[in-house]
Design a protein. Sequence first.
Length: 380
Amino acid sequence: MRHEGFSYLIGKHIRKDKHLKDHILLLVLLSMLLSFSLIFVYSMADGIADKYAYLGSGHLTVKGLYSGVGDYPVRRSSALLYGTEKTANVMVKGVGNEYFFPRRLQEISIKTVDGMDLKSILTYQNRNASIPQILISRTLSEKLKLELGSKALIVIPSGGSFKPVLCTIGGIYTSGYEELDAQLIFCPITILQQYDCPLETEMLVDGDVRSEKYRLLENGYSVTAWYETSSAIAENLKTSQNVITGVFLVIALLASYFISEFSATLVDNRKKEIATLKLLGATDASLYVSYVASLFRISIRSLVVGTLIGITLSYMVKPLLGMLSASGIPALQYYLLSFSIRVPFARIFFVLVFLLICCMVSASLALLRIRKIQPISLSD
């Protein structure tokens, strides 16, 4: 009962300390910025990965034809796209009319000629019947000065020579990611079939991509993952995630210094109260444990509140990101701003625990000065 009474008095003293608000505010702001930044970086990285998986090459690409759920036959080739004034090196991707299913359409916005549907654009059977239509990005349309309904020329390498294909711009798409939009165009798969471009099967994997890849390899298929075909992008995304985590670990170490200063000040400002408690029978160990426990409860509550605020802000800022994405500001054109919010709970928890441990270790070391306060100091 005596120990519980001391803990109550110490907790009451701490709550009345004039510096406590600074301690709470520091932890709330740190945890808020930490969670918000991690969510932003991880959501952007996952959004870019989705763009490359759903539009670029699937989660996995199998050479040849493979039949299964979530598998789409495609043909692709590097090519030159001629506009009215300029030329661009592009990756032309031949797909069927079933390629743009609802989930894939979430990653892209498309404007077509006179409201024509994608099925009509991507269906082309007879090369002599009409001019085929293609989908290009808004980035390419602006660069090459091509509009909906404009004629364009694609030059495809085939059999040691180059084959020109006259096309009509049937649709203009925007994925929201400049790096992808600057090089990718879509055409009917039958166009590339005529020029013997290799057949591949894109696979969308609902689960662990690596495990599915190894399963296919064991079954004798030649398969590559999106992070291998776009290794530079995948490596940059991974590096960005690790860097932001490392930055916050360093910040946590710096924050622990301020927490130790607060703890030391707390003891210095309460010398008489501590001396009085010692006169009443409190031991150094019981006072030390009570102070540490009280600071731990206050700190963990502050971190939880700050984290919840950071997660809430992450969802609230999404409409603003959409407005910035649509604004066309040049400085933002190489950033993906239209992504779904995804909370990396495990990474946030890891960094918060590290922050809490650093703070409590520094606070514990600072509170050791309790032993230097003698009961007789009350008479001074």
